[in-house]
Design a protein around this ligand. Structure first.
Ligand code: HEC
Ligand code: HEC
Ligand code: HEC
Ligand code: HEC
Length: 236
């Protein structure tokens, strides 16, 4: 039985890895809603429940968009590949320069956000939508080198300069740019005027096709959920 499950799982995984990238299935409308948006840049979803344990505040800006899907529904997400801020690389903070030498351009409003490390647009060919090509995840050190260069043996990877992927400059087109290239644009400032009229639950667009919306198997066991998150579930 277990063998059989493993067999089907391996078929499923091959299928998934053949797909160009899972955000394609969102068909733009998963993240952007032309008429019923919840936040800046006509973002469709927003997590305004989960507290970032590092800052004690709710997720802000882009982090609130990503966590609108990438968290369990009871924590304000849509149950898709949930990540949990209490066990995630710091985000939502102003970097301490002794710990990380973050290129200014990768910050958004001076803050490290999900988009400092990921460009989530379907045109990004990199593994896990990272901003740096890691050769399919086999050279993650090259990515970490962007901000922690003193820790990486550059000779090992044979890499001298980092190229950053961005899709945010239509004039230059999608692609990889060196850090000093003026065409490297990570975001463009636009006014934040969108004020949702009601508290609609976060949902995936109808166009969302490739991967079923299901609770992920690595959701934590109830006894492993930190107390502050347990309270959040109880309040519901
Ligand atoms: C997984 C979520 C996601 C999907 C899917 C997505 N976007 Fe975006 N989009 C973003 C984020 C995040 C930003 C803003 C990044 C920032 O401001 O730092 C953005 C910004 C934009 C912008 C504004 C660019 C700017 O410079 O302000 C446009 C236009 C856009 N997206 C178009 C699209 C189109 C077209 C598609 C479908 C092909 C798409 N997006 C799919 C997340 C997404
Ligand atoms: C509308 C929902 C939605 C939003 C918003 C969203 N994602 Fe996703 N994301 C998905 C789905 C669906 C998948 C595919 C899950 C799977 O593999 O089954 C995914 C997968 C991913 C993956 C894994 C890609 C891979 O190749 O395995 C990364 C990384 C990711 N998202 C990052 C982000 C970041 C960063 C943001 C915010 C800028 C974001 N996502 C916003 C729905 C979303
Ligand atoms: C410091 C860089 C960094 C930041 C900041 C970051 N990520 Fe990631 N993320 C990664 C790396 C590296 C991976 C691939 C390794 C892995 O899967 O753990 C990844 C993987 C992922 C995945 C895929 C997990 C899987 O199992 O396939 C998702 C979803 C994701 N990130 C979402 C987010 C969201 C949402 C945020 C913001 C709240 C965020 N990331 C912020 C570096 C980062
Ligand atoms: C876009 C920049 C960026 C990238 C890429 C990046 N980091 Fe970081 N990293 C930071 C920032 C900013 C901090 C937090 C500094 C602070 O505490 O102010 C940090 C903190 C850390 C910490 C300390 C965590 C803590 O709790 O204090 C570790 C460990 C770390 N990073 C490892 C990694 C690894 C491993 C990678 C590659 C997978 C990576 N980072 C990629 C910017 C980055």
């Amino acid at each position: 039985m277990r063998k059989l499950t493993a067999f089907f799982l391996s078929i499923l995984l091959t299928k998934l890895s053949l797909a160009a990238g899972p955000h394609e299935g969102l068909d733009c409308l998963g993240c952007h809603d032309p008429h019923y948006a919840k936040a800046q840049k006509i973002f469709k979803v927003k997590n305004d429940k989960y507290i970032n344990p590092r800052t004690g505040k709710k997720p802000q800006d882009i982090n609130a968009l990503c966590l609108g899907c990438h968290n369990l529904t009871e924590f304000g997400g849509a149950g898709v590949k949930p990540i949990y801020l209490h066990m995630t690389h710091p985000v939502g903070i102003k970097p301490n320069p002794k710990i990380a030498k973050v290129p200014e351009k990768l910050l958004r409003k001076g803050i490290l956000q999900c988009v400092s490390c990921h460009d989530p647009h379907p045109s990004n060919p990199n593994w896990k939508y990272l901003r740096v090509d890691t050769k399919g995840g086999s050279q993650v050190g090259v990515f970490c080198m962007t901000c922690h260069p003193a820790k990486v043996d550059t000779k090992y990877y044979g890499v001298e300069s980092i190229k950053i992927f961005t899709s945010m400059n239509e004039e230059a087109g999608k692609g990889e740019f060196s850090l000093d290239d003026p065409n490297l644009v990570i975001f463009n400032l636009t006014p934040e005027y969108i004020k949702p009229l009601g508290d609609y639950p976060n949902s995936l667009a109808p166009a969302y096709t490739i991967v079923p919306n299901q609770p992920w198997f690595y959701s934590p066991a109830p006894e492993n959920i930190p107390p502050e998150l347990k309270n959040l579930i109880k309040k519901k």
